[in-house]
Write a protein that binds this ligand. Structure first.
Ligand code: GLN
Length: 548
């Protein structure tokens, strides 16, 4: 049964009322998929006609994740307004139509930074500055700012309940619930239910313990999402409900799935959106999930399978390439292709042998000199063997170096990031960047406009000539080499509107060779695959079809 209001009137009425707040916490361990769970709840509520947004609260002390090594933290997701954020914001944007930005990811470091700056400024008028109330108030202010103008905000608390770092956030949301009213808030707790094969049993104790941990800080979940590898039956749900003090129908199976785009469907089947609506006293229509079903169907029963070789540095932690991986998957959907990714460590790439069977090659973003020669070899292999190639950011810079060296006769061409003394600095810093010493938030970040050359492969893929894409880099193409590389056959098909910055390069005499200085992957969604990824996968499919 849905919670009434099927004519949409309820939704309109609600908009004039109160914003609703959903808080998502995680227990026992990390990597339970809290981010995906939050994104999926958002997707279901959006499908019920509500206007949703998100806030990720991260308990670490970095002011933002921009300075963190991808090996530690996974991908840094860049928003339109140039915020360097947690990768969960990528899930939020991919799963819904919400636009994330600076206000949607706040770390403990950012909160402390704000409070301490105010303290130095004398704003506390001689008072003692403390975690409670000053830090907890600052957290609550951030929640209120992020929630402006929406029906529902999902606030995901990073880390695990019981961590010392999470405490101020948990206290802040406890107080928040008291101030906005219980009926406007919903607490969702994600915890594992483990199947012990030796005992042949599902174990609910870890869930019970983590709920106890929540209770010890004054919080009680309304809904428990049990992360598990199988559907939980009624008896197990009743047991968890009894011991954790929630309704039986508030115990939801968050079952492992083949594709992440199935999560909203599983949640819906388990009655999650219905329960959330009930807890929040919301009257909304039944969700229309047809587009989700279609995507899942295509990915489950694809017409063909393709494999893309990604030649990068962070291959042992593929979370570093989260948005790229997803954009490749999206790129295959219109062709009915399931795209698999094979990761090759650029440091180990001595020659093209490992790439001999590659169907398509992607060289992704990267920083620093480690593994760069391997990336350049991968570009060369793709170019010389007519293998579809897509270069992203550092991948474009490597493509330029390769072309300069091996086609335009600029021996030793390089980026000054790798070799400051290169005889041919084809990629270099713009004047002004050299003097920047702070590492945090000082790159070219966020969305910039770009004009495409009509008739170019890029313009054909986009179907227009004015685009805007997100950036995160310090180095740029050095225009002193433009004519020389152009004369050798490289096409500069995308530039900033003033013509000063090169944004896309391509090779016309090749099945598909396109590289962008920006990060197209951040704007790709399952229902709106990014044109460059779609065109890349189409080229790969075409080449494979011709071969067979
Ligand atoms: N390291 C390069 C730069 O800063 C590329 C960055 C990236 O790939 N995101 O310009």
């Amino acid at each position: 049964m849905d919670s009434l209001g099927r004519d949409g009137l309820g939704v309109r009425q609600m908009r004039t009322r109160q914003t609703k707040y959903i808080f998502v916490t995680g227990g026992v361990m990390s990597s339970l998929g809290k981010g995906l769970a939050s994104a999926s709840i958002g997707a279901l509520l959006e499908a019920r006609g509500l206007n949703v947004t998100f806030l990720k609260l991260d308990p670490y002390l970095n002011v933002d994740p921009g300075t963190m090594n991808p090996f530690q933290h996974g991908e840094v997701y860049v928003t339109e307004d140039g915020a360097e954020t947690d990768l969960d914001l990528g899930h939020y944007e991919r799963f819904t139509t919400s636009d994330m930005g600076k206000v949607n990811n706040v770390t403990a470091g950012r909160i402390y930074d704000t409070v301490l700056s105010k303290e130095r400024h004398g704003d506390y008028l001689g008072g003692t500055v403390q975690v409670v109330p000053h830090i907890t108030d600052a957290i609550q202010e951030r929640i209120a700012v992020a929630a402006e103008g929406v029906d529902v905000i999902l606030v995901e608390i990073g880390g695990t309940v019981g961590d010392i770092e999470s405490l101020p956030f948990l206290e802040a949301i406890r107080q928040f619930r008291a101030s906005v009213g219980r009926q406007h808030t919903c607490f969702v707790h994600v915890a594992p239910v483990l199947y012990l094969s030796a005992a042949g049993e599902l174990k609910t104790k870890p869930v019970q313990h983590s709920v106890k941990e929540l209770q010890s800080v004054g919080l009680a979940p309304d809904i428990i999402l049990c992360r598990t590898d199988r559907f939980l039956d009624k008896a197990i749900k009743a047991k968890i409900g009894l011991f954790c003090n929630v309704d039986d129908d508030a115990v939801i199976t968050a079952k492992d799935v083949d594709t992440i785009y199935e999560v909203p469907l599983v949640f819906h089947q388990e009655g999650l959106d219905e329960k959330v609506s009930q807890v929040l006293n919301m009257w909304t229509g039944r969700p229309d999930l047809r587009k989700w079903e279609e995507v899942v169907q295509t990915l489950r029963e694809p017409k063909l399978e393709l494999t893309i070789t990604m030649v990068g540095k962070y291959v042992d932690l593929t979370e570093s390439y989260k948005s790229l991986n997803e954009a490749l998957v999206h790129g295959g959907i219109p062709t009915g292709a399931r795209v698999k990714i094979e990761y090759v460590d650029s440091e180990k790439l001595e020659d093209g042998t490992a790439l001999r069977d590659s169907q398509g090659i992607l060289v992704p973003h990267g920083f620093g000199s480690r593994g760069t020669e391997g990336k350049i070899r991968a570009v060369q292999f793709a170019r010389e063997n007519d293998i579809p190639f897509l270069g992203i950011c550092f991948g474009m810079q490597m493509a330029v170096c390769e072309f300069a060296r091996n086609v335009a006769g600029c021996e030793g061409a390089n980026s000054t990031e790798i070799d400051v003394n290169t005889p041919h600095p084809v990629i270099s810093l713009l004047p002004g960047q050299e003097s920047i010493e702070d590492k945090g938030a000082t790159m070219r970040l966020g969305s910039y406009p770009c004009t495409l050359v009509p008739g170019s492969r890029a313009a054909l893929a986009y179907g227009c000539t004015e685009i805007a894409e997100r950036h995160r880099h310090r180095y740029e193409f050095n225009n002193e080499y433009l004519e020389r590389l152009e004369a050798a056959g490289m096409v500069f098909s995308g530039r900033s509107p003033d013509g000063k910055l090169v944004e896309i390069v391509e090779l016309p005499d090749h099945p598909f060779f396109v590289a962008s200085q920006f990060h197209p992957e951040f704007k790709s969604k399952p229902f709106a695959p990014h044109p460059l990824f779609q065109a890349f996968i189409e080229a790969v499919a075409k080449r494979q079809a011709a071969k067979s």
